[in-house]
Design a protein around this ligand. Sequence first.
Ligand SMILES: Nc1ncnc2c1ncn2[C@@H]1O[C@H](COP(=O)(O)OP(=O)(O)OP(=O)(O)O)[C@@H](O)[C@H]1O
Ligand SMILES: [Mg+2]
Length: 267
Amino acid sequence: MSNTQPNRPGCDNILEMRDIRVEFSSGRGRSKRQIVALNGVDLSVPRGTILGLVGESGSGKSTLARVLTALESSFTGTMVFNGTHLPARRTKELRRQIQMVFQDPYSSLDPRMTVRQTLAELLSVHKIVERRDVNKRCRELMEQVQLPERALDTYPISMSGGQRQRVAIAKALALEPSLLVADEAVSALDVSVQAGIVNLMADLRDELGLSVLFIAHDLAVVRSLCENVVVMYHGNIVEAGTTETVFAEPRDGYTKTLLRSIPRIRY
Ligand SMILES: Nc1ncnc2c1ncn2[C@@H]1O[C@H](COP(=O)(O)OP(=O)(O)OP(=O)(O)O)[C@@H](O)[C@H]1O
Ligand SMILES: [Mg+2]
């Protein structure tokens, strides 16, 4: 990944979030009330690892992802990314370095463009490679997401959900990020297809040294993929640690309940 910032010595975490707080107001007039979506969250992602983020619906996972990717700008707290303070107004370069993959690959792909057109546009707009190297880079991206080269000349409509999600990942990788945020990126896929995407995430970590924040509600997937795991409940982090420790010796009552609900699926 030529465009990625060099690893900084002494900076073991690619990301450190401190005391992140987000409030929303809902309703009008007398029924108006404040929702604390994130209640002072601290979270660190060790470089080159996958951090799993789990918690029930509405616990604040997507809000955290949106703060991190600058889609949500009303928050308090601080973030340090790759040893540098992340300012409220991100430079284009800082935005490039943190990329997001969403649950629904349909909405992140333009149906009128082939995969090659989509990727080529990104590579040109962000000046990632010289014009003459665009096709070569497109082929490399297909290889990275384990799609055949001929997929470059297809439209999203003719692809399966899993293939589309691979293209969505290729779009994120095209910008050569250091951190990938996957918000329920496998949740909409069939279980058999999920396993392929989960394995791809592991390969990207191992081969590119990519760091990933992996948001999921499937604890079996998190257990098989992530080095570390964080559990959220009502806007708070109630448990954080290595996946092994959290799954073997959960300290928090909510985590214990959550763990009891895991189906016994093995990947
Ligand atoms: N734009 C918004 N305006 C008002 N409330 C919001 C907004 N976005 C999120 N919320 C509220 O903030 C809380 C956290 O929502 P969030 O989407 O972060 O949860 P989540 O953990 O991602 O849930 P899910 O597992 O269902 O995706 C919820 O109570 C939600 O209703
Ligand atoms: Mg969500």
